[in-house]
Design a protein around this ligand. Structure first.
Ligand code: ATP
Length: 448
């Protein structure tokens, strides 16, 4: 089943409206690296915040952590990343392009059809050296996942947080993987951001908790507006499981290039804590006071990508509609994800309108991310706000000077209501919390 939007349209909208730019563009760009522009940085921050809110703030069984990207190299030996974090790589003998062997269909090079070398295992971790002397002892790695920073702090968190198991530790941060094949915009890049939860449970309760987290994470995307029919679950086959996993589900999304992984939820068992205890010599276990027993917890890990989620939210929100004979492109982003919540748009740059428009802006901007725009025609300004998904636009017209009321236009329904300036903050607040747009019977509703 084809997805409804081409990736090219998403890439071009992102460039045009300041969401995402190619990295180092004035130097010709750097393959698969992207920069988030003024609108993109807000969207990305909102995705992170929505995750943190649902995983950490709205629960009392999860705490947060922020560990360093560079870690002791022993961590990666213990975790298995030095030996096993590899992909099979093949190279074309004619054009010398390199491919991930498991992504090549057929026998020859996907580009020129040339003969391919035998696969060899390629480690995906970026190596660098710490300190001024480049010698073997100073070799370190950029983390390929944030999870290991959590495992090595397990004891610190348990002893300081005064929490009982089950307990989750959550982290958001950059990860780096020297992927053989990147592409599909921000879907697979070599530098990206992870949102990971390690949820520590009593062995024997792990299967139940895996089911719980699979459902919880699936519902998170739906709650934030992703259409259910564009999401599906896929359980990993036994031959596909990572070296640490006992069981794993992928939440897949129908991206423009087809169904692909959006998030993975794995049962990591006690693999990581046992490995780190063995390699560090430090005991990593939990003493259950009530039961009077000690055990090594099992871990359920929902692991999502910030950038890949941003892409899914953009693709799902993108729409082209016809309104009164004109085409409009619109992002139907969930209110909590929209980069700008409200735009203040005086009907024109007429100097009589400016003071009231500025007054409205100053009243709103400490409370909501607010944009002020008085350039070009009102129609073009609406179009710009629609394209970045702004849920509410406020127009100040000449009537506003008389009756101190302004018009709020809602992005999806295009309905408009008239609201007194002094009520504006309260009304926008309620609408951003999800109050129906036409429910405000307090003031006259204008028909469009
Ligand atoms: P893939 O098979 O797609 O490379 P993976 O199974 O190796 O991903 P995990 O290690 O399970 O990925 O990472 C969890 C999540 O982190 C993924 O579902 C994805 O959202 C994100 N992620 C992983 N690698 C990348 C990458 N190179 N670029 C962007 N996001 C990534």
């Amino acid at each position: 089943m084809p997805a409804k939007v081409d990736m090219d349209k998403i890439v071009s909208l992102c460039k045009r409206r300041g969401l995402i730019f190619p990295s180092s563009e004035i130097y010709g760009g750097l393959a698969s690296c992207w920069d988030y522009g003024p609108m993109g940085v807000e969207l990305k921050r909102n995705v992170r915040d929505a995750w943190w809110k649902s995983i950490v703030h709205e629960r009392d069984d999860v705490v947060g952590l922020d560990t360093s990207i560079m870690m002791h190299p022993g961590v990666w030996a213990a975790s298995g990343h030095i030996d096993s974090f590899t992909d099979p790589l093949v190279e074309c003998k004619s054009c010398h392009l390199r491919w991930r062997a498991d992504a090549v269909e057929g026998q020859g090079c996907p580009k020129c059809g040339g003969e391919l070398t035998e696969p060899r295992m390629f480690n995906l971790m970026f190596k660098t050296s710490m300190g001024p002397v480049e010698e073997e002892a100073s070799t370190i790695y950029l983390r390929p996942e944030t999870a290991q920073g959590i495992f090595v702090n397990f004891d610190n968190v348990i002893t300081t947080s005064r929490k009982k198991l089950p307990l989750g530790i959550a982290q958001i941060g950059k990860s780096f993987r020297n992927e053989i094949t990147t592409g599909n915009f921000i879907f697979r890049t070599r530098e990206f951001e992870h949102m990971e939860l390690e949820y520590f449970v009593k062995p024997g309760t792990d299967e139940e908790w895996l089911d719980y987290w699979v459902k919880e994470r699936f519902d998170w995307y739906v709650k934030l507006g992703v259409r259910k029919e564009n999401l599906r679950l896929r359980q990993h086959g036994k031959d596909e499981l990572a070296h640490y996993a006992r069981d794993c589900y992928d939440i897949e999304y129908l991206f423009p290039m087809g169904w692909s992984e959006l998030e993975g939820i794995a049962n990591r068992g006690d693999f990581d804590l046992i490995q780190h205890a063995k390699c560090s010599g430090k005991e990593l276990s939990y003493y259950d006071n009530e039961a009077g027993e000690k055990y090594v917890p099992y871990v359920i890990e929902p692991s999502a990508g910030v950038d890949r989620s941003v892409l899914a939210f953009l693709v799902d929100a993108y729409d082209e509609e016809e309104v009164e004979g004109e085409k409009r492109t619109v992002l139907h982003l969930h209110r909590s994800l929209a980069p700008i919540k409200v735009a203040v748009l005086p009907l024109s740059r007429n100097e009589k309108l400016t003071p009231l428009a500025k007054e409205v802006f100053n009243k709103l901007c400490p409370n909501f991310v607010t944009d002020y725009d008085d350039s070009q025609s009102i129609g073009r300004r609406y179009r710009r706000q629609d394209e970045i998904g702004t849920p509410f636009c406020i127009t100040i017209d000449f009537e506003s000077l008389e009756d101190k009321q302004v018009t709020i236009r809602e992005r999806d329904s295009l309905a408009q209501i008239r609201v007194p300036v002094k009520e504006l903050k309260k009304v926008i607040e309620a609408k951003l919390k999800g109050e129906a747009f036409d429910a405000s019977a307090l003031w006259a509703t204008r028909q469009k």
